[in-house]
Design a protein around this ligand. Structure first.
Ligand SMILES: C[S@@+](CC[C@H](N)C(=O)[O-])C[C@H]1O[C@@H](n2cnc3c(N)ncnc32)[C@H](O)[C@@H]1O
Length: 215
């Protein structure tokens, strides 16, 4: 897999990744991590957890990846790892590794994959989870409420009821049992950069979906 280290990238061999992961009791994966700030905060708060931020675009993660490499006293976190990859083609090294997978305010093909939903992408995400692992998604409902935007982005309609009807069976088939669907209006306590941009001071709706990886 390709890891991001500031503006540079390097190959992280399966052996080197396995050695790194073995040093931590738990592993978190944040899919579509964007600027990676959420992962850096999480890594600083939970030094015993390997916190992986993954995004198709490396540039946005560069600054968080650079900060993570600093000494702990200067805000560094040796347990933060940034990976460039697409959710449609997740690195095989992640298989069965993760205790928690988060997808915060996805956009583009990731948004489509988790809301249409696309069974093969869901299966790939589920494959990264250990049995009993938790998957937590925060989805901005604004583009689903505007028929023009929905069409332009190639999205189906979505609200809490449709999530229940349409997402639950496909998630279940991928090995992810949905155990929570909650609609939030405005700001949420757990804020990412896009979460802040989208919902703070607004009445935009966020759909929170949680699921458990079945054994
Ligand atoms: C709106 S941003 C949200 C970033 C971050 N999670 C946050 O809440 O601040 C959506 C992110 O999803 C990433 N993304 C979109 N499609 C993707 C895919 N197929 N695989 C991996 N990342 C993807 C984009 O590059 C972008 O960084």
């Amino acid at each position: 897999m390709r890891s991001v280290e500031g503006k540079k990238q390097r190959d992280l061999s399966p052996e080197a990744f396995a050695e790194l992961a073995a040093r931590f009791a738990q592993v978190t994966l944040d899919l579509g991590t964007g600027d990676g700030a959420f992962v850096l905060r999480q890594a600083r708060a939970e030094p015993d957890r390997l916190c992986i931020g993954l995004d198709a675009v490396a540039d946005a993660m560069a600054e968080s990846a650079r900060r993570a490499r600093a000494k702990p006293a200067k805000g560094g976190a040796a347990n933060a790892l940034y990976i460039v990859a697409r959710a449609e083609d997740l690195p095989a090294e992640l298989t069965g590794r993760c205790d928690l997978i988060t997808v915060n305010y996805p956009w583009g093909s990731l948004l489509k994959a988790v809301t249409q939903p696309q069974p093969e992408v869901l299966a790939g995400i589920a494959a990264c989870a250990r049995p009993g692992a938790r998957i937590a998604l925060l989805i901005n409902l604004a583009p689903f409420e505007d028929p023009d935007q929905r069409d332009r982005l190639g999205l189906c309609e979505l609200d809490a009821e449709l999530a229940e009807q349409r997402l639950r069976p496909t998630y279940r088939a991928a090995g992810l049992e949905i155990d929570g669907i909650e609609l939030h209006l405005g700001a949420l306590p757990e804020r990412t950069s896009w979460g802040r941009r989208l919902v703070v001071g607004s009445r935009r709706k966020t759909l929170e979906i949680t699921a458990i990886k079945s054994s």
